[in-house]
Write a protein that binds this ligand. Sequence first.
Ligand SMILES: C[S@@+](CC[C@H](N)C(=O)[O-])C[C@H]1O[C@@H](n2cnc3c(N)ncnc32)[C@H](O)[C@@H]1O
Length: 130
Amino acid sequence: MDFKNRFNEKYKTTPKLFGKEPTPILKKALTYIDKGKALELGVGNGKNTLYLSANSFKVTGVDISKEGIKILKERSAGNPNLNLVVSNVLEFKTAEKFNLVLTIGLLYFSEKNKINSLIRKMKKWTAPGV
Ligand SMILES: C[S@@+](CC[C@H](N)C(=O)[O-])C[C@H]1O[C@@H](n2cnc3c(N)ncnc32)[C@H](O)[C@@H]1O
């Protein structure tokens, strides 16, 4: 089973997968980063994106799993500061720049030879001077 189907199954059977508490390093990072726009790659069912949104960020969240995004849409109840996209991050395109670009728990599932190019894109999507 590929990652997309595997995560779709996981989110369907365990909607509370990964819990609600943000990843500790994100809490710490916010003490250094100006509020503004954030891009989360592999947003899943959204614990980190919800935390960013609760801390005044406008967030774009991308995930290959439509089931994860569905849960996050339910959790965020039409929050206008969230832009949620079902896509493989390797195919995701945007002309926007963000104060924060993060990915937590996604790179384990990425092919080694695709990681460098994704990190280059993450740098490109990061606003100058951040
Ligand atoms: C371990 S979960 C982490 C979810 C979330 N970041 C968190 O910390 O709760 C990894 C997520 O990455 C997503 N993912 C894996 N490979 C992906 C890809 N190529 N493009 C988009 N999402 C992907 C999975 O669907 C899953 O939701």
